[in-house]
Design a protein around this ligand. Structure first.
Ligand code: URA
Ligand code: CA
Length: 434
């Protein structure tokens, strides 16, 4: 087989076979297929697309390019959740203890964040003592005992994806649905999930700007999962504004605690209940989505979800007293209000810009080497549809410096206003099951 023939085949709109796709991914991973040929193929895929079969073969070839996590020592159906990316997305912090509290095993492998705010691990490290350096046996034991544990990424997962993403990023082929879908699904499958719930975001701040694109991406990922034997479904949710109020590591931990207590922001609570119900249902812990939701509402109301969060933090060395005394979390030195410049209604809050504002403060990493400040971030007071009066605070900045001009400028950039009333958008648009 010659790579040049396969590039030409795809360029001309023909379908690649399983053997051809394996040849490509293996050759690219071991370096026998050079970057320039792989870039050309990625561009051909960008224009010609891929069939569902090709996309599934590509996904599995990338899964097989590196290590795969074996979660078979953990009892029950391991369900993972993936979000295509939002700002201040506190759902993982809430969902992990929440679904664990109804008996669904959460064996979470997480990374550190790049951009916006930290990843799940960074956020949890806002809790003094919490660590993710646990070995395999300890991880399995914790999940079997407490139903939830989070471990840092280890091993060599999907190296082909890592390398291909690096090329796509600098050659203009990131935004191809089959390439995005296979990239995301290869990582979830290699991490060992039996079932996968996808939260595909749409709106101004999301990767997929339109509902149609979001549906197509969701459907492509769901087909891949189901084709390779992992029960998969997707929820399409709104990202025309950040979820909840908090953006920033310790601030999001506090927001997650509030939500587990039943006191969090309405949109965050609702999305967690929607995604959580799907997870509980896929895990076989409820006969219907309604029953799953009832169980989740019960563990919020009776305090079991909060108890599970405490147990989980303590089991990994964390100071669980922050749950009852969130003031023990890292706190920034200064709080600075950002006032509305005129009367009106909030029409949009562009998540990317507000995320950048949080990153400038130090809540996220501009480069992999950047240090993050766990205490800093933003609390939004006004969301889409809210009426605002001139001078009212839109956002509170939590900062360790008083020099926040750039941050304020970004916040104003992210907010769009309308003179007349604005209808709040739906939080969840639809479910995709095939
Ligand atoms: N996220 C991924 O992991 N891969 C993509 O290709 C795009 C977004
Ligand atoms: Ca949030």
């Amino acid at each position: 087989m010659r790579m040049v023939d396969l590039i030409e085949k795809k360029r001309d709109g023909k379908e690649l076979t399983k053997e051809e796709i394996i040849f490509i991914v293996e050759g690219f991973t071991d370096g026998s297929i050079p970057d320039y040929q792989m870039s050309a193929l990625a561009m051909a895929i960008y224009f010609q697309g891929m069939t569902p079969e090709e996309t599934a073969y590509l996904t599995m070839a990338m899964v097989e390019s590196g290590d795969q996590i074996d979660l078979s020592a953990i009892e029950g159906v391991k369900v993972d959740k993936h979000s295509t990316g939002g700002v201040g997305d506190t759902t993982t912090l809430v969902l992990a203890p929440l679904v664990a509290a109804v008996g669904v095993p959460v064996a979470k492998m997480s990374g550190r964040g790049l951009g916006h705010t930290g990843g799940t691990i960074d956020k949890l490290e806002a809790v003094t003592g919490f660590h993710v350096e646990i070995d395999n046996d300890e991880f399995n034991r914790l999940v079997n005992t407490n139903k939830v544990a989070v471990v840092g990424q280890s091993g060599n997962l999907t190296p082909a994806d890592k390398k291909l993403y690096g090329l796509r990023d600098v050659t203009g082929s990131v935004s191809s649905i089959p390439l995005i879908a296979s990239s995301i699904m290869s990582k979830k499958i290699a991490s060992g999930a039996d079932a996968i719930v996808l939260d595909v975001k749409t709106g101004a701040g999301a990767f997929m700007k339109t509902l149609d694109d979001a549906k197509e991406l969701a459907s492509t990922m769901v087909k891949i999962g189901n084709q390779v034997g992992r029960k998969t479904m997707a929820v399409i949710s709104d990202m025309s504004q950040p979820l909840g109020f908090a953006i920033g590591n310790a601030l999001e931990v506090k927001e997650a605690i509030d939500t587990l207590k039943g006191e969090g922001p309405e949109d965050l609570r609702e999305l967690c209940l929607v995604l959580g119900s799907q997870m509980v249902y896929l895990a076989g812990e409820a006969a219907s989505l309604e029953e799953a939701r009832t169980k989740l509402e019960e563990v919020i109301a009776n305090g079991k979800a909060l108890e599970t969060f405490k147990t989980f933090l303590a089991a990994q060395g964390g100071d669980a007293s922050v749950v009852d005394q969130p003031e023990r979390l890292p706190t920034a030195q200064f709080t600075i209000e950002v006032p509305a410049k005129e009367d009106g209604y909030v029409a949009e809050i562009i998540a990317d810009d507000i995320g950048t504002a949080a990153m400038i403060l130090g809540a996220g990493r501009a480069t992999k080497e950047s240090e993050i400040d766990l205490a800093v971030g933003l609390i939004l007071h006004k969301k889409v549809g809210d009426q605002v009066k001139q001078g009212e605070s839109l956002v509170t900045i939590h900062s360790n410096t008083q020099d926040v001009d750039q941050v304020i400028e970004r916040i104003y950039q992210s907010y769009g206003f309308s003179k007349g009333p604005v209808e709040a958008l739906p939080l969840v648009y639809c479910e995709i099951k095939e």
